[in-house]
Design a binder for this molecule. Structure first.
Ligand code: MN3
Length: 203
């Protein structure tokens, strides 16, 4: 099978109390695995079997909806697991923090605007911090499992931070309280990883 579930770099309970172990276990082992299983089924005997998930996203308009939904699900979650970590969060002090200052009006404004992007996404979707083609940061959101790499996306760029606002990301612990989940998400953002992705995308 060409696409496989990436291992988590931390234990299911490592993000508690911000994100509970049961949610992490089901989200990673069941939801993400299901996107991969469906993507592998859709990819069988087609050209996408040998493509990277990034390249599939970039030309997603060529492929059926099952590839868009499940390929997006695979890319988005693979990124999501890496931009969270235990003993993280807080206010970053690195290159991406400087860009947040310059391009987005500072960390507090970034926090407000990023949360707003998640809060106003009706139904299921994602909030993103991206680098646009001009090298500047932007905040946006996408529906369902779409992402800013996709050629069909209204919001385009290289994603360096992703927040899942599907109910499956928070419902067990937070029920309908998406704002409480989003506040907690800021406590687990792995700014070292976000900065690493920022530096790679910039060069
Ligand atoms: Mn999810």
């Amino acid at each position: 099978m060409p696409f496989e579930l990436p291992k988590l770099n931390y234990a299911f309970d490592a993000l508690e109390p911000n994100i509970d172990a049961k949610t992490m276990e089901i989200h990673h082992g069941k939801h993400h695995q299901a996107y991969i299983n469906n993507l592998n089924a859709a990819a069988a005997n087609s050209e996408i079997e040998n493509m990277s998930i990034e390249d599939i996203c970039k030309s997603i308009s060529k492929y059926p909806m099952s590839v868009r939904n499940n390929g997006g699900g695979h890319f988005n979650h693979s990124l999501f697991w890496t931009i969270m970590a235990p003993n993280s969060g807080g206010i970053p002090n690195n290159e991406v923090a400087k860009a947040i200052e310059t391009d987005l009006g500072g960390f507090e404004k970034f926090k407000t605007d990023f949360s707003q992007a998640g809060a106003t996404r009706f139904g299921s979707g994602w909030a993103w911090l991206c680098i646009k083609t001009d090298g500047k940061l932007c905040i946006c959101s996408t529906p369902n499992q779409d992402n800013p790499l996709m050629d069909i996306s209204e919001c385009k760029g290289i994603p360096i931070l992703a927040m899942d606002v599907w109910e499956h990301a928070y419902y067990l612990n937070y029920q309908n309280r998406r704002p409480d989940y989003m506040n907690a998400f800021f406590n687990v953002i792995n700014w070292n990883k976000v900065n690493e992705l920022y530096l790679i995308a910039k060069h």
